[in-house]
Design a binder for this molecule. Structure first.
Ligand code: UTP
Length: 234
C-alpha cells in the first residue's frame, strides 16, 4: 500500500454547481482507496471565483477574499465527503495534523484550504510532505505543465518531464491573487522542490485518467521529479 495525495482542482470537480463531476469521481476515488492510503485536497472551483469577484466588487481586501475562498473549498470538501459516504472520514480536516490523525482510521481523508495567501495546491504539497506520500498528483483542467497558458497561447509547449527547479522557474512568474487560476501556485512548487516527492500533473476532465495513471501508469501529463523518473503506476 502506497500513500497518494491528490490535489483535485475545483475547476475539475465542481466548475459550477450545475456542471460538477462529483458523481463521476466517486468510483475512481474508491478504486484508488481500495489499494492505497488516499488524501484528497479539494479546490474552490467556479463558485469560489464568483464569491471572490463579489468580494472585490465590494472593495473587500484580498486576505478576506482568500478566507471566503477557503470556506468554499471546505464546502466542496464537505460535499465530496458526504457523497463518498462511509468511505471518507466524516469531517473535513482543517489542518495537516488533523488529516494525519483522521487517516489512522484507514478512511480517505478530504480537506480544502487552510490559510490565506496560497491555494489548495500548496495545502496538498505540504500534506504530501507530512504524510510522506509516494506521489503527489495535481488533477487540473489542462494535460500538464506548459511553457505558457495553453488556453491563451496557441504555441505553448507541454513538458513531459521537469525537474523541481525548472518547475519553480516556470511558475515563479505568475501573480498570487485570491482566485487566480494557475496550473500550480509558487508555494506548492517550492514545497515540491524541497520535499523530493514526485509530482504528476494531469488532466482530470475525464475522471478515469486519474485511476488509469495511478493504477496502470497510462496518462498524458507532466512528471516533476529530481531524476525525471515517472513514479507511476504505484
Ligand atoms: P483553490 O485552491 O481552488 O484555487 O482555492 P484555484 O487556483 O482557484 O484552483 P482551482 O481552479 O479550484 O483548481 C480557491 C481560492 O481560495 C483561497 C485562494 O483565494 C484561492 O484562489 N485559498 C485556498 C486560500 O487563500 N488558502 C488556501 O489554503 C486555499
Amino acid at each position: 500500500m502506497k500513500t497518494v495525495v491528490i490535489s483535485l482542482g475545483g475547476s475539475i470537480l465542481i466548475p459550477s454547481l450545475e456542471k460538477n463531476r462529483i458523481k463521476e469521481y466517486l468510483p475512481v476515488l474508491r478504486e484508488i482507496a481500495a489499494q492505497h492510503r488516499l488524501f484528497v485536497v479539494v479546490g474552490g472551483g467556479g463558485e469560489a471565483r464568483r464569491y471572490i469577484d463579489l468580494a472585490r466588487s465590494l472593495a473587500i481586501d484580498e486576505g478576506t477574499a482568500d478566507e471566503i475562498g477557503i470556506l468554499i473549498t471546505r464546502l466542496n470538501a464537505t460535499f465530496l465527503i458526504s457523497a463518498l459516504d462511509g468511505d471518507a472520514y466524516p469531517k473535513v480536516a482543517e489542518n495537516h495534523a488533523e488529516a494525519k490523525k483522521f487517516a489512522e482510521t484507514g478512511k480517505t481523508v478530504v480537506m480544502g484550504g487552510i490559510t490565506p495567501g496560497q491555494t489548495t495546491d500548496a495545502v496538498a504539497a505540504v500534506l504530501a510532505e507530512r504524510v510522506r506520500a509516494d506521489v503527489f498528483i495535481n488533477v487540473t483542467s489542462v494535460d500538464g505543465i506548459y511553457s505558457a497558458d495553453p488556453k491563451k497561447v496557441k504555441s505553448a509547449k507541454r513538458y513531459d518531464t521537469l525537474t523541481p527547479r525548472q518547475l519553480v522557474e516556470i511558475v515563479g512568474t505568475t501573480a498570487l491573487k485570491a482566485g487566480s487560476n494557475n496550473v500550480l501556485d509558487i508555494v506548492a512548487a517550492r514545497v515540491v522542490e524541497r520535499s523530493h516527492i514526485p509530482l504528476v500533473v494531469l488532466d482530470g476532465n475525464k475522471p478515469k485518467n486519474l485511476s488509469g495513471a495511478i493504477l496502470t501508469g497510462t496518462f498524458t501529463g507532466t512528471v516533476v521529479s529530481k531524476n525525471k523518473k515517472n513514479p507511476l503506476p504505484l
